[in-house]
Design a protein around this ligand. Structure first.
Ligand code: F6P
Length: 507
């Protein structure tokens, strides 16, 4: 069914959608001609070509020279992007077209970091005003005492992105203490409330749907805690949601509901009012700089030619390894402790977006999509999983992500972080031969030939982090377009929610 897509079980017209990439000429060429799984030979023309594979985008830099890109692999991948209609899908994404084809919704996260849409700006301003008031100490609790602690309850995209950025930006600049509670296990909320005074604590429910049972259970427990202290809980309760009616039905006063558009995807929502924890911890200017960084990467993704377009190249590499080399996982190592939440964030972003078994029009797929994303922070992970990466039978492409400023830092430990990431990338690529000296070819030596990307961001300023996270949103989108799948729905997680509500009716 070319040119159609499913919506609520009905077939609906849509832009002409190439549905099956395996029928595209470039896919067939890649399948026939993908070179053996090895890096370009030293001194070969392919290696010289590979040396040119360093790309800049919105302050980010990516060295892609350690990838299985021999001879015409990259040109064929770029042809595949064109044949899959990437430029037109990219334009549809930025135009706010219904790229979420199964729900016939836009996935307009690019608008969240611009002033193009008045509704977006109004929602952002309301959220920032709340953060400003709390940071100024002007928000009062039920007894008139100033609020000095905020407990945010959210899960998945309503927690992972805000938590990552709040931590990556370093120590909070405001006096208000922030606790982000996500798991429904009581220990997390209890630990937060143990550090708070009820009369000075605000509870903020962050939930796009306002139906997530874990979040609502945590909010109810927090309200019981306020009530037990003799307070009127609703006076110290806010909701950030795209379901305002549900929030009010739950008991949140209308004036304390900050709503946003229903086309905001959960895993793409940190730029929306869901980013409240970031603004609370680091201020309005930091949040706006974060948006500006993402907008700068958006401009690169929209305007750079495909062959110099970093999200496009990384997305195409993802397709190359999954579909033409059968590599089912990718490992990500941030060589920066402040990015320790990066892997959980990317796991949701990529695995909830790309873990799909049917194409946009509902046709079951006969090829793999997505990959298992895993990883940790370096250098810690070098002492746990890198043996598998260097000498295991299962090759995993690796993303090394670190701060460029570490390379020449005055602190030897930051220099060690940077040099360690580079050494590991070289070791994966060159194996023991990378040591230079003639190393006896014992079977237990490192074979090398293992692919990796070396990605740096300039510093931990909000602008840099905004660009880094937008890069991953768009590399995810690129893969979805090549595979002809919808990156923006997540019916797979709905079934668990429905079965849970059957097991726990009324909760
Ligand atoms: O994991 C499923 C999911 O719906 C995610 O897409 C979302 O980010 C998360 O649950 C939380 O949903 P909500 O923000 O509606 O509480």
């Amino acid at each position: 069914m070319q040119g159609l897509c499913m919506h609520a079980g009905r077939v609906c017209p849509a832009a002409r959608l190439p549905m099956n990439p395996t029928q595209l000429p470039a896919w067939s060429s890649l399948a026939r001609r993908t070179s053996p799984a090895r890096l370009p030979e030293p001194g070969s023309s392919a290696q010289r070509q590979a040396r040119d594979l360093t790309f800049d985008a919105a302050g980010l830099r990516a060295d892609l020279s350690r990838h299985w890109l021999e001879r015409d692999t990259l040109p064929l991948l770029l042809e595949l992007a064109e044949q899959a209609g990437l430029p037109s899908w990219r334009q549809r994404l930025f135009d706010g077209a219904a790229v979420n084809t199964s729900e016939q919704r836009r996935a307009w996260h690019t608008a969240l970091r611009s002033d193009a849409d008045a509704g977006v700006v109004a929602a952002r301003d309301r959220m920032l005003a709340l953060a400003d008031a709390l940071r100024a100490g002007s928000l009062r609790g039920a007894t008139g005492a100033p609020i000095d602690t905020v407990v945010c309850c959210g899960i998945g995209g309503s927690d992972l992105g805000p938590r990552l950025v709040t931590e990556a930006l370093g120590a909070p600049s405001g006096a208000t203490r922030l606790h982000c509670v996500t798991n429904v296990d009581p220990v997390e909320l209890s630990a937060a409330l143990a550090q708070a005074r009820p009369e000075r604590t605000l509870i903020v429910a962050i939930s796009k749907s306002f139906t997530t049972m874990e979040t609502l259970a945590n909010v109810r427990a927090a309200l019981r805690w306020l009530h037990a202290a003799g307070l009127e809980p609703a006076q110290q309760l806010y909701a950030i949601t795209s379901a305002p009616a549900r929030a009010q039905a739950f008991g949140v006063p209308a004036a304390q509901v900050l709503d946003f558009a229903d086309w905001v995807g959960g895993r793409y929502s940190l730029w929306s009012p869901c980013g409240f924890p970031i603004a609370l911890a680091h201020g309005r200017q930091a949040f706006e700089a974060l948006l500006a960084g993402a907008a700068a990467l958006d401009a690169h993704f929209l305007d750079a030619p495909l062959e110099r377009n970093l999200p496009v190249l990384l997305g195409l590499l993802g397709v190359l390894y999954v579909n033409f080399h059968g590599l089912r996982t990718r490992a990500v190592f941030a060589y920066a402790q402040r990015l320790r939440q990066l892997v959980p964030y990317l796991q949701q972003l990529e695995m909830e977006s790309l873990g799909k078994r049917v194409s946009r029009d509902g046709t079951p797929l006969k090829f793999d999509t997505g990959c298992v994303l895993w990883g940790d922070v370096g250098t810690t992970a070098q002492h746990s999983v890198f043996q598998f990466l260097h000498q295991g039978t299962q090759v995993a492409p690796v993303d090394f992500i670190t701060c460029a400023a570490f390379e020449r830092s005055a602190d030897e430990r930051e220099r060690l972080l940077y040099a360690s990431a580079l050494a590991q990338a070289d070791a994966l690529a060159g194996g023991d031969a990378a040591l230079g000296a003639t190393v006896p070819a014992e079977p237990w030596r490192c074979p090398g030939g293992r692919p990796s990307s070396f990605i740096t961001f300039p510093d931990f300023a909000p602008h840099s982090l905004g660009a880094l996270l937008a890069l991953h949103e768009h590399r995810t989108f690129v893969q979805s377009v090549i595979w002809g799948i919808n990156a923006f729905d997540q019916f797979g997680v709905e079934i668990g929610k429905k079965l849970l509500s059957q097991r726990l009716p009324g909760q």
